[in-house]
Design a protein around this ligand. Structure first.
Ligand SMILES: Nc1ncnc2c1ncn2[C@@H]1O[C@H](COP(=O)(O)OP(=O)(O)OP(=O)(O)O)[C@@H](O)[C@H]1O
Length: 252
């Protein structure tokens, strides 16, 4: 990898303790993510992807090991690093522009308005500035969520299955939208999914995780330029390789 390291996970272990019972969830996770890189964490439901993402974002402290961003140890959430949840997030009582402007209250009014307009345009919500989220479709709400996250100009975006609740057509559109935005803004993105195709369509590298306690089974570099031809031999080769790897990792 040519770029500098943005985030480094070193020997991350996580054991949840509840009712006197220990549940090991992450086991010796080591990963470097480059500045501007798009990394997908891929694994089956319950393996520990969200736990790892939350640890990277500073919402959870690992049992042992450390996360650094730009060489500094992560000790909690930071406004420079934004977490985008599936389904949650947008405030139903604020309009589209109110939602995007929410994190920008410290900016002078003109700059705030400029930024709101810029991100509304970027995610294709022009004409819906005064609309409230309950009147938007699922895809529009998710675009609003992404716009709100980008408007505060974060260095990193953590996305936890952000398109999981959307229908398959909207999901495809959202992937294209996210890639378009990522190519324009080059934020470092860490994206959790259990969808192999989603990972291969989006990521520079796919981190394949094992069943719980999650270890990193393999890191696959997706060396296909965007827009990716999902019927190309290379795409199918990479996708099938990951399918096989997941099968091996989750064999009973
Ligand atoms: N705070 C907690 N206390 C105890 N156990 C937890 C806690 N958070 C998560 N777990 C357990 O850790 C395991 C991993 O959960 P996690 O949400 O990280 O998995 P995941 O791979 O993101 O799954 P999904 O794709 O379904 O969201 C699960 O078995 C879950 O029950």
């Amino acid at each position: 990898m040519q770029t500098k390291t943005k985030l480094r996970a070193e020997h991350i272990n996580m054991v949840f303790k509840r009712d006197g019972k220990n549940t090991p969830v992450l086991e010796d996770i080591n990963l470097d993510v480059g500045d501007g890189e798009f990394v997908c964490l891929l694994g089956p439901s319950g393996c520990g992807k969200s736990t790892l993402l939350n640890t990277m974002a500073g919402f959870l402290s690992p049992t042992s090991g450390q996360i650094t961003v730009d060489g500094e140890t992560v000790r909690g959430p930071d406004p420079r690093r934004i977490f985008v949840f599936q389904e949650r997030g947008v405030f139903p009582w604020l309009t589209v522009e109110g939602n995007i402007g929410f994190g920008l209250f410290k900016l002078p009014r003109q700059e705030r308005e400029r930024r709101i307009a810029y991100y509304i345009k970027m995610v294709g919500l022009e004409g819906f500035e005064k609309t409230y989220p309950p009147e938007l479709s699922g895809g529009m709400k998710q675009r609003l969520e992404v716009a709100r996250a980008l408007a505060v100009n974060p260095d990193m975006l953590f996305l936890d299955e952000p398109f999981g609740a959307l229908d398959s057509i909207t999901r495809l559109i959202m992937r294209t939208e996210l890639l378009r935005i990522w190519e324009a803004e080059r934020k470092t993105i860490i994206f959790v999914t259990h969808d192999i195709d989603e990972a291969v369509q989006l990521a520079d590298r796919v981190v394949v995780m094992s069943a719980r306690p999650a270890t990193i089974q393999q890191i696959v570099t997706i060396d296909i330029p965007h827009p990716r031809d999902i019927s190309s031999p290379r795409y199918l080769e990479l996708r099938d390789g990951i399918f096989q790897q997941i099968g091996l990792a989750h064999k009973v």
